[in-house]
Ligand binder design. Structure first.
Ligand code: DGL
Length: 259
């Protein structure tokens, strides 16, 4: 297929394209293959066992395409399955976790908010992370319904504004100064969130950090693509093709496919 040695990325749907965008911006020379498992979204309401099984399926597909490294572009999949993935596969596997550490280190009000899926907030990995910042008040909120609306292409809907307002109001009242977006779908909500929160609250997501991490792992493993030809970016979804094309803003190499 001409895309040997690509970076393989997957998410429960289209949200991980926010991570793909950060990686593609930093590493434009790299080929990428992105898998949107929209048919099985949301992962955030599934059991750990189900999430691990879906992750195996996604990684197997990407390795069949000769990917040299896997980026788990999903906080829910990372916090529930990264250990199992690293135990099963030999390629480097990069995960994304909510950027609690950055927010906890920078907060002046000693109160931060995190919006993420139920699966992430209930995970052992996340809770271990939270325990190490005991001096900071961390307000956790499950973003019920948000992923479903994004997957339906309803980012700017009234329902979205209503849900976000109800989730963010208690955080604003508690005087958070940082809001952590702990789900790779949520960066697409930043314009909507900014209409609700006051300007002094800063929003943090994990895109840039994951892109830097990907670059350094590729460098350390001698896996960077040093050829000077045009790179190829391929996208597969088992869900709604139009919604994926719309969020990417282009149509080239975006395919519907069962997996
Ligand atoms: N995009 C995913 C995340 O980062 C999960 C959404 C879901 O399927 O619940 O958590």
């Amino acid at each position: 297929m001409g895309n040997v040695n690509a970076i393989g990325l997957f998410d429960s749907g289209i949200g991980g394209t926010s991570i793909w965008k950060a990686i593609n911006e930093l590493l434009p020379n790299e080929n990428t293959i992105y898998l949107a498992d929209s048919k099985n979204a949301p992962y955030g309401l599934r059991t750990k066992e189900e999430i691990v099984a879906l992750c195996y399926k996604n990684v197997d597909f990407l390795l069949e395409q000769n990917c040299k490294i896997i980026v788990v572009a999903c906080n829910t999949a990372t916090t529930n399955a990264i250990k199992e993935l690293r135990a099963k596969y030999t390629v480097p596997i990069i995960g994304i976790e909510p950027a609690i550490k950055t927010a906890a280190n920078r907060t002046e009000t000693q109160t931060i908010g995190i919006l993420a899926t139920k699966g992430t907030l209930n995970s052992e990995l996340f809770n271990r992370q939270v325990e190490s910042f005991a001096s900071v008040n961390i307000m956790e909120q499950v973003g019920y319904g948000l992923v479903e609306l994004i997957e339906n292409g309803q980012i700017e809907s009234q329902e979205m504004t209503q849900l976000l307002t109800s989730y963010l109001k208690p955080m604003i009242e508690a005087d958070i100064d940082y809001l952590v977006l702990g789900c790779s779908h949520y960066p697409y909500l930043i314009p909507a969130i900014q209409k609700i929160i006051p300007e002094n609250i800063k929003i943090i997501d994990s895109g840039e950090a994951v892109a830097k991490q990907t670059k350094s792992i590729l460098e350390n493993n001698n896996l960077l693509n040093n050829s000077h030809g045009k790179s190829t970016q391929i996208f597969y979804t088992n869900g709604n093709l139009t919604v994926l094309k719309n969020i990417l803003g282009f149509e080239e190499n975006v395919f519907g496919r069962e997996f």
